[in-house]
Write a protein that binds this ligand. Structure first.
Ligand SMILES: [Zn+2]
Length: 167
């Protein structure tokens, strides 16, 4: 399958969790519920996105689809990495997991933390990222540790001590 350098994805309704994980990997992932199959096929073609689905019939409607069989997100990521061998397997703070908006690194020179960011996190050493579209904040912490553990289970790699965060 020939893909652009940085593939973009379109997840069908059943794959909301996978969409969030792919965004944590830094990918541009469209996910909307209640969209008809014809519309998904059209979006995939027009917006140059690889359609990810667990629906065999839908997958057969376009060559730009990957049929996933696993119910669990770990298995889905593993299956996808076989189809897309260059798939990034680590957390990149590039995309909002909630809305797919682009993230930017917050300017730490302002004394007050943005909405949703604890004071101690704002004053700490690690960068804080903000979604340009919805304002959601992201940083290394217990949440990213859980995500990295899931990715480790999916891809079978070790989580190095520096990767997990300490909170
Ligand atoms: Zn967002």
């Amino acid at each position: 399958m020939s893909l652009p350098v940085e593939p973009r994805f379109l997840c069908d309704e059943m794959l909301g969790r996978l969409a969030r994980y792919l965004r944590f990997l830094g990918y541009d992932v469209e996910y909307r519920q209640g969209v008809r199959d014809e519309e998904l096929v059209r979006r995939s073609r027009e917006d140059d996105r690889l359609l990810l689905t667990r629906d065999r019939t839908l997958a057969q409607r376009t060559r730009r689809a990957v049929l996933l069989r696993s119910l669990a997100v770990e298995g889905q990521l593993r299956e996808l990495s076989r189809e897309v061998p260059d798939l990034d397997r680590g957390v990149r703070f590039l995309r909002c997991s909630l809305c797919n908006g682009p993230l930017y690194e917050a300017d730490r020179s302002t004394p007050r933390p943005p909405r949703g960011v604890p004071e101690d996190r704002w004053g700490g050493p690690d960068p804080v990222y903000i979604c340009r579209s919805c304002g959601q904040a992201y940083w290394e912490g217990s949440h990213t540790r859980e995500i990295r553990l899931t990715l480790a289970r999916a891809f079978g790699h070790e989580v190095s001590p520096g990767e997990g965060g300490s909170s």
